[in-house]
Design a protein around this ligand. Structure first.
Ligand code: PEP
Ligand code: MG
Length: 588
Protein backbone atom coordinates (compact mmCIF):
# COMPACT_ATOMS: atom_id res chain seq x y z
CA UNK A 1 0.00 0.00 0.00
CA UNK A 2 1.35 3.38 -0.98
CA UNK A 3 1.78 6.55 1.01
CA UNK A 4 -1.33 7.62 2.91
CA UNK A 5 -2.42 10.87 4.43
CA UNK A 6 -0.93 13.18 1.77
CA UNK A 7 -4.20 13.45 -0.19
CA UNK A 8 -7.52 14.16 1.50
CA UNK A 9 -9.55 11.08 2.33
CA UNK A 10 -12.61 10.64 0.08
CA UNK A 11 -15.46 8.29 0.94
CA UNK A 12 -17.81 6.91 -1.71
CA UNK A 13 -21.00 5.30 -0.49
CA UNK A 14 -22.48 2.32 -2.31
CA UNK A 15 -24.43 -0.83 -1.54
CA UNK A 16 -22.64 -3.55 0.45
CA UNK A 17 -22.75 -6.63 -1.78
CA UNK A 18 -20.24 -9.01 -0.23
CA UNK A 19 -18.84 -8.67 3.30
CA UNK A 20 -15.18 -8.22 4.06
CA UNK A 21 -12.48 -5.62 4.03
CA UNK A 22 -9.85 -5.09 1.37
CA UNK A 23 -6.94 -2.72 1.78
CA UNK A 24 -4.99 -2.28 -1.46
CA UNK A 25 -4.37 0.06 -4.39
CA UNK A 26 -7.17 0.55 -6.89
CA UNK A 27 -7.14 -0.88 -10.34
CA UNK A 28 -9.65 0.90 -12.57
CA UNK A 29 -11.14 -0.86 -15.58
CA UNK A 30 -12.56 1.47 -18.21
CA UNK A 31 -16.14 1.26 -19.38
CA UNK A 32 -17.12 -1.00 -22.36
CA UNK A 33 -16.80 -0.48 -26.12
CA UNK A 34 -17.78 3.13 -26.29
CA UNK A 35 -15.61 5.79 -27.89
CA UNK A 36 -12.51 6.37 -25.77
CA UNK A 37 -11.06 9.77 -25.27
CA UNK A 38 -9.31 11.10 -28.38
CA UNK A 39 -6.25 13.32 -28.28
CA UNK A 40 -3.50 14.38 -30.61
CA UNK A 41 -0.01 13.06 -30.18
CA UNK A 42 3.35 14.40 -31.29
CA UNK A 43 5.24 12.63 -34.01
CA UNK A 44 7.85 11.67 -31.47
CA UNK A 45 5.13 9.83 -29.49
CA UNK A 46 4.04 7.58 -32.36
CA UNK A 47 6.37 4.76 -31.36
CA UNK A 48 5.20 4.88 -27.76
CA UNK A 49 1.50 4.77 -28.76
CA UNK A 50 2.16 1.89 -31.15
CA UNK A 51 3.83 0.03 -28.28
CA UNK A 52 0.82 0.70 -26.06
CA UNK A 53 -1.40 -0.85 -28.70
CA UNK A 54 0.88 -3.90 -29.04
CA UNK A 55 0.89 -4.31 -25.27
CA UNK A 56 -2.93 -4.14 -25.05
CA UNK A 57 -3.14 -6.85 -27.71
CA UNK A 58 -0.58 -8.93 -25.85
CA UNK A 59 -2.44 -8.59 -22.51
CA UNK A 60 -5.70 -9.51 -24.26
CA UNK A 61 -4.17 -12.57 -25.88
CA UNK A 62 -2.83 -13.71 -22.52
CA UNK A 63 -6.24 -13.23 -20.88
CA UNK A 64 -8.00 -15.15 -23.63
CA UNK A 65 -5.59 -18.05 -23.36
CA UNK A 66 -6.12 -18.11 -19.60
CA UNK A 67 -9.90 -17.99 -20.02
CA UNK A 68 -9.63 -20.83 -22.49
CA UNK A 69 -7.81 -23.02 -20.00
CA UNK A 70 -10.25 -22.10 -17.21
CA UNK A 71 -13.12 -23.11 -19.44
CA UNK A 72 -11.40 -26.39 -20.18
CA UNK A 73 -11.01 -27.02 -16.44
CA UNK A 74 -14.62 -26.10 -15.89
CA UNK A 75 -16.15 -28.35 -18.47
CA UNK A 76 -13.44 -31.00 -18.49
CA UNK A 77 -13.48 -30.81 -22.28
CA UNK A 78 -11.55 -28.89 -24.86
CA UNK A 79 -13.77 -25.92 -25.55
CA UNK A 80 -10.96 -23.86 -26.94
CA UNK A 81 -12.57 -23.10 -30.33
CA UNK A 82 -14.20 -19.81 -29.43
CA UNK A 83 -11.17 -18.31 -27.73
CA UNK A 84 -8.80 -19.48 -30.43
CA UNK A 85 -11.01 -17.59 -32.87
CA UNK A 86 -10.89 -14.54 -30.60
CA UNK A 87 -7.10 -14.67 -30.39
CA UNK A 88 -6.87 -14.95 -34.18
CA UNK A 89 -9.16 -11.96 -34.49
CA UNK A 90 -7.02 -9.61 -32.42
CA UNK A 91 -3.78 -10.83 -33.87
CA UNK A 92 -5.09 -10.43 -37.43
CA UNK A 93 -2.25 -8.72 -39.32
CA UNK A 94 -4.62 -6.58 -41.40
CA UNK A 95 -6.18 -5.08 -38.26
CA UNK A 96 -2.85 -4.63 -36.49
CA UNK A 97 -1.27 -2.93 -39.53
CA UNK A 98 -4.24 -0.63 -39.96
CA UNK A 99 -4.16 0.50 -36.32
CA UNK A 100 -0.39 1.05 -36.36
CA UNK A 101 -0.82 3.01 -39.61
CA UNK A 102 -3.68 5.10 -38.21
CA UNK A 103 -1.63 6.09 -35.16
CA UNK A 104 1.21 7.27 -37.42
CA UNK A 105 -0.87 9.00 -40.10
CA UNK A 106 -3.60 10.60 -37.99
CA UNK A 107 -1.42 11.26 -34.96
CA UNK A 108 -4.12 10.04 -32.60
CA UNK A 109 -3.78 8.16 -29.34
CA UNK A 110 -3.63 4.37 -29.64
CA UNK A 111 -7.00 3.54 -28.07
CA UNK A 112 -8.88 5.91 -30.33
CA UNK A 113 -7.04 4.71 -33.45
CA UNK A 114 -7.94 1.14 -32.51
CA UNK A 115 -11.54 2.09 -31.77
CA UNK A 116 -11.94 3.87 -35.12
CA UNK A 117 -10.50 0.94 -37.10
CA UNK A 118 -12.76 -1.54 -35.29
CA UNK A 119 -15.86 0.63 -35.75
CA UNK A 120 -15.27 0.77 -39.52
CA UNK A 121 -14.78 -2.94 -39.59
CA UNK A 122 -17.92 -3.62 -37.52
CA UNK A 123 -20.05 -1.32 -39.65
CA UNK A 124 -18.89 -3.08 -42.81
CA UNK A 125 -19.74 -6.44 -41.26
CA UNK A 126 -23.18 -5.31 -40.13
CA UNK A 127 -24.01 -4.44 -43.75
CA UNK A 128 -23.29 -8.01 -44.94
CA UNK A 129 -26.59 -9.84 -45.55
CA UNK A 130 -25.22 -13.19 -44.28
CA UNK A 131 -26.77 -13.73 -40.79
CA UNK A 132 -23.84 -15.90 -39.67
CA UNK A 133 -21.32 -13.17 -40.37
CA UNK A 134 -23.59 -10.56 -38.84
CA UNK A 135 -23.72 -12.60 -35.66
CA UNK A 136 -19.93 -12.69 -35.52
CA UNK A 137 -19.96 -8.92 -34.94
CA UNK A 138 -20.93 -9.74 -31.37
CA UNK A 139 -17.69 -11.70 -30.95
CA UNK A 140 -15.65 -8.95 -32.55
CA UNK A 141 -17.22 -6.34 -30.34
CA UNK A 142 -16.51 -8.51 -27.31
CA UNK A 143 -12.83 -8.87 -28.16
CA UNK A 144 -12.50 -5.20 -29.12
CA UNK A 145 -14.03 -4.22 -25.81
CA UNK A 146 -11.51 -6.38 -24.01
CA UNK A 147 -8.60 -4.76 -25.89
CA UNK A 148 -9.94 -1.30 -25.04
CA UNK A 149 -10.22 -2.18 -21.38
CA UNK A 150 -6.65 -3.39 -21.49
CA UNK A 151 -5.42 0.00 -22.60
CA UNK A 152 -6.27 1.20 -19.14
CA UNK A 153 -4.63 -1.89 -17.73
CA UNK A 154 -1.44 -1.31 -19.67
CA UNK A 155 -0.60 2.04 -18.20
CA UNK A 156 -1.24 0.67 -14.75
CA UNK A 157 0.44 -2.62 -15.55
CA UNK A 158 3.72 -0.76 -15.66
CA UNK A 159 3.26 0.04 -11.99
CA UNK A 160 0.97 -2.81 -11.03
CA UNK A 161 2.75 -6.08 -11.62
CA UNK A 162 0.61 -9.12 -12.44
CA UNK A 163 1.21 -10.41 -8.91
CA UNK A 164 0.19 -7.23 -7.14
CA UNK A 165 -2.98 -7.38 -5.12
CA UNK A 166 -5.57 -4.75 -5.84
CA UNK A 167 -9.16 -3.60 -5.54
CA UNK A 168 -10.86 -3.74 -8.92
CA UNK A 169 -13.10 -0.80 -9.82
CA UNK A 170 -15.32 -1.04 -12.87
CA UNK A 171 -18.45 0.49 -14.30
CA UNK A 172 -20.01 -2.95 -14.23
CA UNK A 173 -18.90 -6.56 -14.21
CA UNK A 174 -20.69 -9.37 -15.98
CA UNK A 175 -21.13 -12.61 -14.02
CA UNK A 176 -18.55 -14.12 -16.38
CA UNK A 177 -16.02 -11.37 -15.49
CA UNK A 178 -16.51 -12.13 -11.81
CA UNK A 179 -16.24 -15.87 -12.31
CA UNK A 180 -13.02 -15.53 -14.26
CA UNK A 181 -11.26 -12.88 -12.18
CA UNK A 182 -7.97 -13.80 -10.59
CA UNK A 183 -9.01 -14.26 -7.00
CA UNK A 184 -5.48 -14.24 -5.68
CA UNK A 185 -4.92 -10.69 -6.87
CA UNK A 186 -8.38 -9.17 -6.76
CA UNK A 187 -8.90 -8.51 -3.06
CA UNK A 188 -12.23 -6.80 -3.59
CA UNK A 189 -14.26 -5.08 -6.22
CA UNK A 190 -16.44 -2.05 -6.57
CA UNK A 191 -18.84 -1.25 -9.40
CA UNK A 192 -21.02 1.70 -10.30
CA UNK A 193 -23.81 -0.60 -11.44
CA UNK A 194 -25.32 -3.71 -9.91
CA UNK A 195 -27.21 -4.62 -6.80
CA UNK A 196 -26.99 -7.04 -3.90
CA UNK A 197 -28.89 -9.77 -5.71
CA UNK A 198 -27.24 -9.56 -9.09
CA UNK A 199 -25.36 -12.70 -10.03
CA UNK A 200 -22.12 -10.81 -9.93
CA UNK A 201 -22.71 -10.02 -6.25
CA UNK A 202 -23.79 -13.61 -5.53
CA UNK A 203 -20.54 -14.88 -7.06
CA UNK A 204 -18.49 -12.39 -5.05
CA UNK A 205 -20.06 -13.72 -1.85
CA UNK A 206 -19.52 -17.30 -3.00
CA UNK A 207 -15.82 -16.62 -3.44
CA UNK A 208 -15.58 -14.53 -0.28
CA UNK A 209 -14.42 -11.46 -2.18
CA UNK A 210 -15.57 -8.20 -0.53
CA UNK A 211 -17.69 -6.16 -2.93
CA UNK A 212 -19.53 -2.87 -3.08
CA UNK A 213 -21.94 -2.08 -5.91
CA UNK A 214 -24.06 0.90 -6.94
CA UNK A 215 -21.20 3.40 -6.39
CA UNK A 216 -22.59 6.03 -8.69
CA UNK A 217 -20.00 8.14 -10.42
CA UNK A 218 -17.11 6.49 -8.60
CA UNK A 219 -15.44 4.94 -11.60
CA UNK A 220 -15.13 8.17 -13.48
CA UNK A 221 -13.76 9.96 -10.43
CA UNK A 222 -11.43 7.50 -8.79
CA UNK A 223 -7.76 7.51 -9.41
CA UNK A 224 -5.99 4.44 -10.64
CA UNK A 225 -3.47 3.08 -8.17
CA UNK A 226 -4.72 5.32 -5.38
CA UNK A 227 -4.43 3.62 -1.99
CA UNK A 228 -7.89 2.58 -0.83
CA UNK A 229 -10.06 0.60 1.55
CA UNK A 230 -13.10 -1.32 0.38
CA UNK A 231 -15.61 -1.94 3.14
CA UNK A 232 -17.97 -4.69 2.00
CA UNK A 233 -19.84 -4.54 5.34
CA UNK A 234 -21.14 -1.01 5.04
CA UNK A 235 -20.67 -0.44 1.31
CA UNK A 236 -17.87 2.11 1.29
CA UNK A 237 -14.90 2.78 -0.94
CA UNK A 238 -12.42 5.00 0.89
CA UNK A 239 -9.75 6.67 -1.21
CA UNK A 240 -6.50 7.92 0.32
CA UNK A 241 -7.53 6.72 3.79
CA UNK A 242 -6.20 8.82 6.66
CA UNK A 243 -3.80 6.98 8.99
CA UNK A 244 -6.41 6.62 11.76
CA UNK A 245 -9.00 5.25 9.25
CA UNK A 246 -6.44 2.74 8.08
CA UNK A 247 -5.66 1.73 11.63
CA UNK A 248 -9.37 1.30 12.46
CA UNK A 249 -9.93 -0.92 9.42
CA UNK A 250 -6.85 -3.01 10.12
CA UNK A 251 -8.20 -3.68 13.63
CA UNK A 252 -11.68 -4.48 12.29
CA UNK A 253 -10.22 -6.83 9.72
CA UNK A 254 -8.21 -8.63 12.44
CA UNK A 255 -11.28 -8.92 14.68
CA UNK A 256 -13.30 -10.45 11.83
CA UNK A 257 -10.51 -12.92 11.17
CA UNK A 258 -10.74 -14.08 14.80
CA UNK A 259 -14.53 -14.64 14.53
CA UNK A 260 -13.95 -16.51 11.27
CA UNK A 261 -11.41 -18.83 12.79
CA UNK A 262 -13.67 -19.62 15.74
CA UNK A 263 -16.41 -20.50 13.25
CA UNK A 264 -13.98 -22.63 11.29
CA UNK A 265 -13.37 -24.69 14.39
CA UNK A 266 -17.06 -25.71 14.42
CA UNK A 267 -17.24 -26.43 10.72
CA UNK A 268 -19.21 -29.58 9.97
CA UNK A 269 -20.90 -29.70 13.41
CA UNK A 270 -24.59 -30.67 13.45
CA UNK A 271 -26.93 -27.77 12.71
CA UNK A 272 -29.68 -28.20 15.26
CA UNK A 273 -31.39 -25.60 17.41
CA UNK A 274 -30.82 -25.90 21.16
CA UNK A 275 -34.26 -27.50 21.48
CA UNK A 276 -33.44 -30.12 18.86
CA UNK A 277 -34.91 -28.95 15.55
CA UNK A 278 -32.55 -30.00 12.73
CA UNK A 279 -32.05 -27.59 9.86
CA UNK A 280 -29.94 -28.65 6.89
CA UNK A 281 -27.39 -26.07 5.81
CA UNK A 282 -26.37 -26.66 2.23
CA UNK A 283 -24.53 -24.53 -0.30
CA UNK A 284 -25.41 -22.79 -3.54
CA UNK A 285 -22.94 -23.16 -6.39
CA UNK A 286 -22.63 -21.65 -9.80
CA UNK A 287 -19.52 -23.28 -11.16
CA UNK A 288 -17.59 -26.44 -10.38
CA UNK A 289 -14.64 -24.27 -9.28
CA UNK A 290 -16.56 -23.61 -6.07
CA UNK A 291 -16.57 -27.27 -4.98
CA UNK A 292 -13.39 -27.06 -2.88
CA UNK A 293 -14.87 -24.03 -1.07
CA UNK A 294 -18.09 -25.95 -0.44
CA UNK A 295 -16.21 -28.99 0.83
CA UNK A 296 -14.21 -26.82 3.21
CA UNK A 297 -17.34 -25.00 4.40
CA UNK A 298 -18.87 -28.10 5.99
CA UNK A 299 -22.11 -27.74 3.96
CA UNK A 300 -24.35 -30.78 4.07
CA UNK A 301 -25.04 -30.86 0.36
CA UNK A 302 -25.76 -28.51 -2.51
CA UNK A 303 -29.18 -26.91 -2.22
CA UNK A 304 -28.92 -25.11 -5.54
CA UNK A 305 -26.64 -25.76 -8.45
CA UNK A 306 -27.25 -22.94 -10.95
CA UNK A 307 -26.56 -24.80 -14.19
CA UNK A 308 -27.09 -21.74 -16.38
CA UNK A 309 -23.51 -20.85 -15.52
CA UNK A 310 -22.49 -23.61 -17.92
CA UNK A 311 -23.31 -21.02 -20.57
CA UNK A 312 -20.57 -18.78 -19.24
CA UNK A 313 -18.61 -16.91 -21.92
CA UNK A 314 -21.44 -17.23 -24.42
CA UNK A 315 -20.91 -20.94 -24.86
CA UNK A 316 -23.68 -23.25 -25.99
CA UNK A 317 -25.04 -25.73 -23.48
CA UNK A 318 -22.59 -28.64 -23.18
CA UNK A 319 -23.95 -31.83 -24.73
CA UNK A 320 -25.40 -34.69 -22.68
CA UNK A 321 -22.09 -36.50 -22.28
CA UNK A 322 -20.30 -33.38 -21.08
CA UNK A 323 -23.11 -32.56 -18.68
CA UNK A 324 -23.04 -36.11 -17.27
CA UNK A 325 -19.35 -35.63 -16.49
CA UNK A 326 -19.86 -32.27 -14.82
CA UNK A 327 -22.90 -33.27 -12.73
CA UNK A 328 -21.33 -36.61 -11.77
CA UNK A 329 -18.23 -34.78 -10.56
CA UNK A 330 -20.41 -32.64 -8.26
CA UNK A 331 -22.47 -35.63 -7.09
CA UNK A 332 -19.36 -37.67 -6.31
CA UNK A 333 -17.67 -34.77 -4.53
CA UNK A 334 -20.68 -34.19 -2.25
CA UNK A 335 -21.72 -37.82 -1.61
CA UNK A 336 -23.39 -38.95 0.60
CA UNK A 337 -25.09 -35.54 0.73
CA UNK A 338 -27.81 -34.42 -1.64
CA UNK A 339 -27.02 -32.29 -4.70
CA UNK A 340 -30.00 -30.38 -6.08
CA UNK A 341 -29.39 -29.63 -9.72
CA UNK A 342 -31.56 -26.86 -11.02
CA UNK A 343 -32.34 -27.00 -14.72
CA UNK A 344 -31.29 -24.08 -16.85
CA UNK A 345 -32.48 -20.70 -15.60
CA UNK A 346 -31.12 -18.47 -18.32
CA UNK A 347 -32.59 -15.07 -19.12
CA UNK A 348 -33.38 -12.13 -16.83
CA UNK A 349 -30.12 -10.68 -15.51
CA UNK A 350 -28.36 -13.93 -16.22
CA UNK A 351 -26.68 -15.52 -19.14
CA UNK A 352 -28.67 -15.45 -22.40
CA UNK A 353 -29.53 -18.64 -24.26
CA UNK A 354 -27.98 -18.90 -27.71
CA UNK A 355 -29.13 -18.09 -30.28
CA UNK A 356 -30.93 -15.13 -28.83
CA UNK A 357 -34.41 -14.21 -29.83
CA UNK A 358 -35.02 -10.51 -30.45
CA UNK A 359 -34.14 -8.45 -27.38
CA UNK A 360 -37.03 -8.55 -24.95
CA UNK A 361 -38.48 -5.35 -23.52
CA UNK A 362 -38.96 -7.05 -20.12
CA UNK A 363 -36.47 -9.91 -19.81
CA UNK A 364 -37.43 -10.66 -16.20
CA UNK A 365 -41.01 -11.21 -17.30
CA UNK A 366 -40.05 -12.97 -20.47
CA UNK A 367 -38.34 -15.99 -21.85
CA UNK A 368 -36.64 -17.27 -18.73
CA UNK A 369 -36.08 -20.43 -16.71
CA UNK A 370 -38.36 -23.37 -17.27
CA UNK A 371 -40.12 -21.49 -20.08
CA UNK A 372 -36.97 -21.78 -22.18
CA UNK A 373 -36.50 -25.46 -21.29
CA UNK A 374 -40.07 -26.36 -22.20
CA UNK A 375 -39.75 -24.48 -25.49
CA UNK A 376 -36.52 -26.34 -26.32
CA UNK A 377 -37.43 -29.99 -25.68
CA UNK A 378 -34.24 -31.36 -27.26
CA UNK A 379 -32.02 -29.27 -24.98
CA UNK A 380 -34.26 -29.95 -21.98
CA UNK A 381 -34.21 -33.69 -22.65
CA UNK A 382 -30.39 -33.72 -22.76
CA UNK A 383 -30.19 -31.93 -19.44
CA UNK A 384 -32.70 -34.20 -17.71
CA UNK A 385 -30.98 -37.31 -19.07
CA UNK A 386 -27.65 -35.98 -17.84
CA UNK A 387 -29.04 -35.24 -14.36
CA UNK A 388 -30.60 -38.72 -14.19
CA UNK A 389 -27.36 -40.36 -15.29
CA UNK A 390 -25.41 -38.41 -12.66
CA UNK A 391 -27.85 -39.72 -10.05
CA UNK A 392 -26.11 -43.09 -10.41
CA UNK A 393 -22.94 -41.51 -8.93
CA UNK A 394 -24.34 -39.89 -5.80
CA UNK A 395 -27.47 -38.47 -4.25
CA UNK A 396 -29.05 -36.14 -6.80
CA UNK A 397 -32.36 -34.26 -7.11
CA UNK A 398 -33.70 -32.21 -9.99
CA UNK A 399 -35.33 -28.82 -9.48
CA UNK A 400 -37.24 -26.61 -11.91
CA UNK A 401 -36.94 -22.81 -11.83
CA UNK A 402 -39.56 -20.12 -12.45
CA UNK A 403 -42.55 -22.44 -12.09
CA UNK A 404 -45.74 -20.40 -12.34
CA UNK A 405 -48.39 -23.12 -12.35
CA UNK A 406 -49.42 -26.73 -12.36
CA UNK A 407 -49.23 -27.40 -16.08
CA UNK A 408 -45.53 -26.52 -16.16
CA UNK A 409 -44.91 -29.02 -13.36
CA UNK A 410 -46.78 -31.72 -15.26
CA UNK A 411 -44.79 -31.03 -18.42
CA UNK A 412 -41.49 -31.14 -16.52
CA UNK A 413 -42.43 -34.38 -14.81
CA UNK A 414 -43.49 -35.84 -18.14
CA UNK A 415 -40.00 -35.09 -19.48
CA UNK A 416 -38.44 -36.78 -16.43
CA UNK A 417 -40.64 -39.88 -16.97
CA UNK A 418 -39.82 -39.99 -20.67
CA UNK A 419 -36.08 -39.78 -19.98
CA UNK A 420 -36.34 -42.46 -17.28
CA UNK A 421 -38.08 -44.78 -19.80
CA UNK A 422 -35.41 -44.14 -22.40
CA UNK A 423 -32.53 -44.80 -19.99
CA UNK A 424 -34.21 -47.97 -18.72
CA UNK A 425 -34.51 -49.23 -22.29
CA UNK A 426 -30.90 -48.31 -22.98
CA UNK A 427 -29.76 -50.10 -19.83
CA UNK A 428 -28.18 -46.91 -18.42
CA UNK A 429 -28.27 -46.70 -14.61
CA UNK A 430 -29.99 -43.88 -12.70
CA UNK A 431 -31.84 -43.37 -9.42
CA UNK A 432 -35.50 -44.32 -10.11
CA UNK A 433 -36.51 -42.43 -6.94
CA UNK A 434 -34.77 -39.22 -7.98
CA UNK A 435 -36.49 -36.45 -5.97
CA UNK A 436 -38.23 -33.83 -8.09
CA UNK A 437 -38.56 -30.34 -6.64
CA UNK A 438 -39.57 -26.90 -7.76
CA UNK A 439 -38.47 -23.40 -6.99
CA UNK A 440 -41.14 -21.22 -5.43
CA UNK A 441 -40.08 -17.83 -6.76
CA UNK A 442 -43.06 -16.59 -8.73
CA UNK A 443 -45.85 -15.30 -6.46
CA UNK A 444 -48.36 -17.40 -8.44
CA UNK A 445 -46.53 -20.54 -7.33
CA UNK A 446 -46.51 -19.46 -3.69
CA UNK A 447 -50.21 -18.65 -3.83
CA UNK A 448 -50.96 -22.03 -5.44
CA UNK A 449 -48.46 -23.97 -3.33
CA UNK A 450 -51.29 -26.21 -2.05
CA UNK A 451 -51.93 -27.33 -5.64
CA UNK A 452 -48.26 -27.83 -6.45
CA UNK A 453 -47.17 -29.64 -3.27
CA UNK A 454 -48.90 -32.99 -4.03
CA UNK A 455 -46.95 -33.11 -7.32
CA UNK A 456 -43.39 -32.78 -6.01
CA UNK A 457 -40.94 -33.98 -3.38
CA UNK A 458 -39.77 -30.61 -2.09
CA UNK A 459 -40.04 -26.85 -2.44
CA UNK A 460 -37.11 -24.49 -2.49
CA UNK A 461 -38.08 -20.85 -2.10
CA UNK A 462 -36.13 -18.54 -4.40
CA UNK A 463 -36.52 -15.39 -2.39
CA UNK A 464 -34.41 -13.29 -4.77
CA UNK A 465 -37.04 -13.59 -7.45
CA UNK A 466 -39.99 -14.01 -5.11
CA UNK A 467 -39.24 -10.59 -3.61
CA UNK A 468 -38.68 -8.88 -6.95
CA UNK A 469 -41.91 -10.25 -8.43
CA UNK A 470 -43.97 -9.65 -5.28
CA UNK A 471 -43.01 -6.04 -4.72
CA UNK A 472 -42.37 -5.33 -8.43
CA UNK A 473 -38.76 -4.25 -7.89
CA UNK A 474 -36.06 -5.25 -10.35
CA UNK A 475 -33.51 -7.07 -8.22
CA UNK A 476 -30.55 -5.56 -10.09
CA UNK A 477 -31.72 -1.96 -10.38
CA UNK A 478 -29.89 0.24 -7.85
CA UNK A 479 -32.49 3.03 -8.22
CA UNK A 480 -35.17 0.97 -6.56
CA UNK A 481 -32.90 -1.02 -4.26
CA UNK A 482 -34.43 0.51 -1.13
CA UNK A 483 -37.83 -0.91 -2.08
CA UNK A 484 -36.40 -4.41 -2.31
CA UNK A 485 -37.36 -5.57 1.18
CA UNK A 486 -36.98 -9.23 2.08
CA UNK A 487 -39.12 -8.74 5.19
CA UNK A 488 -42.02 -7.07 3.39
CA UNK A 489 -45.17 -8.52 5.01
CA UNK A 490 -46.32 -9.83 1.61
CA UNK A 491 -43.11 -11.82 1.21
CA UNK A 492 -43.34 -13.25 4.73
CA UNK A 493 -46.95 -14.30 4.11
CA UNK A 494 -46.01 -16.02 0.86
CA UNK A 495 -43.18 -17.91 2.57
CA UNK A 496 -45.53 -18.98 5.36
CA UNK A 497 -48.20 -20.07 2.90
CA UNK A 498 -45.66 -22.14 0.96
CA UNK A 499 -44.36 -23.88 4.08
CA UNK A 500 -47.89 -24.62 5.32
CA UNK A 501 -48.83 -26.19 1.98
CA UNK A 502 -45.65 -28.28 2.05
CA UNK A 503 -46.32 -29.45 5.62
CA UNK A 504 -49.91 -30.39 4.75
CA UNK A 505 -48.56 -32.60 1.98
CA UNK A 506 -45.65 -34.13 3.86
CA UNK A 507 -42.86 -32.51 1.83
CA UNK A 508 -40.02 -30.26 3.02
CA UNK A 509 -39.31 -26.62 2.22
CA UNK A 510 -35.93 -24.97 1.89
CA UNK A 511 -34.82 -21.47 1.00
CA UNK A 512 -32.06 -20.97 -1.55
CA UNK A 513 -32.40 -17.23 -2.17
CA UNK A 514 -30.00 -14.78 -0.54
CA UNK A 515 -32.35 -14.35 2.41
CA UNK A 516 -31.14 -17.74 3.62
CA UNK A 517 -27.58 -16.37 3.99
CA UNK A 518 -28.62 -13.34 6.01
CA UNK A 519 -28.12 -14.34 9.65
CA UNK A 520 -30.25 -11.41 10.81
CA UNK A 521 -33.19 -13.36 9.38
CA UNK A 522 -32.30 -16.87 10.53
CA UNK A 523 -34.61 -16.65 13.61
CA UNK A 524 -37.54 -15.58 11.45
CA UNK A 525 -36.99 -18.24 8.78
CA UNK A 526 -36.57 -21.04 11.31
CA UNK A 527 -39.68 -19.82 13.11
CA UNK A 528 -41.65 -19.90 9.86
CA UNK A 529 -40.72 -23.57 9.58
CA UNK A 530 -38.05 -23.92 6.89
CA UNK A 531 -36.10 -27.17 7.06
CA UNK A 532 -33.19 -26.31 4.81
CA UNK A 533 -31.17 -23.17 4.20
CA UNK A 534 -28.99 -23.18 1.12
CA UNK A 535 -26.42 -20.41 1.28
CA UNK A 536 -23.22 -19.17 -0.31
CA UNK A 537 -20.23 -21.34 0.66
CA UNK A 538 -18.79 -18.49 2.71
CA UNK A 539 -21.95 -18.17 4.78
CA UNK A 540 -22.33 -21.86 5.70
CA UNK A 541 -20.33 -21.51 8.92
CA UNK A 542 -22.13 -18.41 10.26
CA UNK A 543 -25.62 -19.69 9.38
CA UNK A 544 -24.76 -23.02 11.05
CA UNK A 545 -23.59 -21.23 14.18
CA UNK A 546 -26.72 -19.04 14.21
CA UNK A 547 -28.91 -22.16 14.11
CA UNK A 548 -26.99 -23.80 16.95
CA UNK A 549 -27.51 -20.70 19.10
CA UNK A 550 -31.29 -20.43 18.68
CA UNK A 551 -34.29 -22.15 20.18
CA UNK A 552 -37.02 -23.15 17.77
CA UNK A 553 -39.74 -22.28 20.29
CA UNK A 554 -38.42 -18.72 20.59
CA UNK A 555 -38.12 -18.42 16.80
CA UNK A 556 -41.69 -19.70 16.29
CA UNK A 557 -42.99 -17.03 18.67
CA UNK A 558 -41.11 -14.35 16.72
CA UNK A 559 -42.49 -15.65 13.42
CA UNK A 560 -46.04 -15.58 14.82
CA UNK A 561 -45.61 -11.99 15.83
CA UNK A 562 -43.96 -11.11 12.52
CA UNK A 563 -46.96 -12.43 10.61
CA UNK A 564 -49.14 -9.90 12.40
CA UNK A 565 -46.74 -7.01 11.81
CA UNK A 566 -47.44 -4.39 9.16
CA UNK A 567 -43.98 -3.00 8.44
CA UNK A 568 -40.85 -4.55 6.89
CA UNK A 569 -38.55 -2.78 9.34
CA UNK A 570 -40.63 -3.99 12.28
CA UNK A 571 -40.39 -7.58 11.08
CA UNK A 572 -36.65 -7.27 10.58
CA UNK A 573 -36.29 -5.77 14.06
CA UNK A 574 -38.19 -8.68 15.63
CA UNK A 575 -35.80 -11.17 14.07
CA UNK A 576 -32.79 -9.01 14.96
CA UNK A 577 -33.70 -9.06 18.64
CA UNK A 578 -33.10 -12.80 18.75
CA UNK A 579 -30.08 -12.60 16.48
CA UNK A 580 -28.42 -9.99 18.72
CA UNK A 581 -29.34 -11.85 21.87
CA UNK A 582 -27.87 -15.17 20.76
CA UNK A 583 -25.04 -14.40 18.31
CA UNK A 584 -24.41 -10.64 18.31
CA UNK A 585 -20.71 -11.26 17.70
CA UNK A 586 -21.48 -12.71 14.26
CA UNK A 587 -23.49 -9.75 13.02
CA UNK A 588 -21.65 -7.29 10.74
C1 PEP B 1 -33.82 -16.98 -6.29
O1 PEP B 1 -34.50 -16.43 -7.16
O2 PEP B 1 -33.92 -16.72 -5.08
C2 PEP B 1 -32.83 -18.00 -6.65
C3 PEP B 1 -32.19 -18.69 -5.73
O3 PEP B 1 -32.55 -18.16 -7.95
P1 PEP B 1 -31.64 -17.15 -8.80
O4 PEP B 1 -31.03 -16.19 -7.85
O5 PEP B 1 -30.65 -17.99 -9.50
O6 PEP B 1 -32.64 -16.53 -9.72
MG1 MG C 1 -34.54 -17.22 -9.11
Amino acid sequence: MGKTGAEPEIIYEGIPASPGIAIAPLHVVARGFSAPEVYEIDECEVGREQDRFRLAVEITTRQLIELQSRLEDLSGENESGIFEAHVMMIEDRAVVERVLGAIASRLQNAEFAFYAVMQNFLEAMRRIPDPYLRERTVDIEDVAQRVLRNFSLDSEARHLGPDDRHILVAYDLAPSDTASMNRRHVLGFATEQGSVNSHTAILARAFGVPAVVGLEGAVIDVMALAPAILDGYTGKLILHPAPDTLERYRKLSDAKAIVRSSLDAKRGAATETIDGRAITVSANIEIVDELPLVKRSGAKGIGLYRTEFLLLNGEEMPDEKQQVEIYSKVARAMAPHLVIIRTLDAGGDKIPVEPLTDPEPNPFLGWRGVRVSLARPAMFREQIRAILRASACGKVAVMFPMISGLSEVWRCKEMVRRCMDELTKEGIPFDPDLPVGIMIEVPAAALCADMLAPEVDFFSIGTNDLIQYTVAVDRVNPHVADLYRPTHPAVIRLIKRTIDAANDNGIWTGICGEMASDIRLTPLLIGLGVEELSVGPQQVASVGQAIRSLSYAECAAVADEALRHTRSQGILDLSMVLARKHYGELLD
